[in-house]
Design a protein around this ligand. Structure first.
Ligand code: ZN
Length: 110
């Protein structure tokens, strides 16, 4: 295994891993604050960097069945949320390829 190269984001507001402060996403890629994660409030992002994606699994949610992958910090391996691979309900398909990050696991790094 080689080194893990981490991406450093630039911008006025950057969210990082609360545990190790690795940069994850900017305010500009945030699509919604109105989501719920496993630990409370969660945000939907267009893009997230410095994460490792797990295997796809089907999960029943309040908005229907989705295929999701857990996403974890590439440095400290904390599970931070999930990525939507597929939404089975047509109205939910805007979430495909997008990411959920749990608010309680994020910290403002800038
Ligand atoms: Zn971390």
């Amino acid at each position: 295994m080689g080194m893990v190269y981490r991406i450093y984001l630039e911008g006025e507001r950057i969210y990082g891993c609360a545990n190790c402060k690795t940069h994850l996403a900017t305010i500009h890629s945030m699509m919604s604050r109105a989501f719920n994660g496993q630990h409370g409030r969660a945000y939907l992002f267009e893009t997230v960097v410095n994460i490792i994606e797990g295997e796809p699994i089907d999960r029943e949610m309040t908005t229907g069945k989705h295929t999701v992958r857990d996403i974890s910090c590439c440095k400290c391996r904390t599970v931070l949320g999930w990525k939507y691979d597929r939404a089975f309900e047509p109205l939910q398909q805007y979430k495909e390829g997008k990411y959920i990050l749990e608010r309680n696991l994020l910290v403002d790094v800038q």
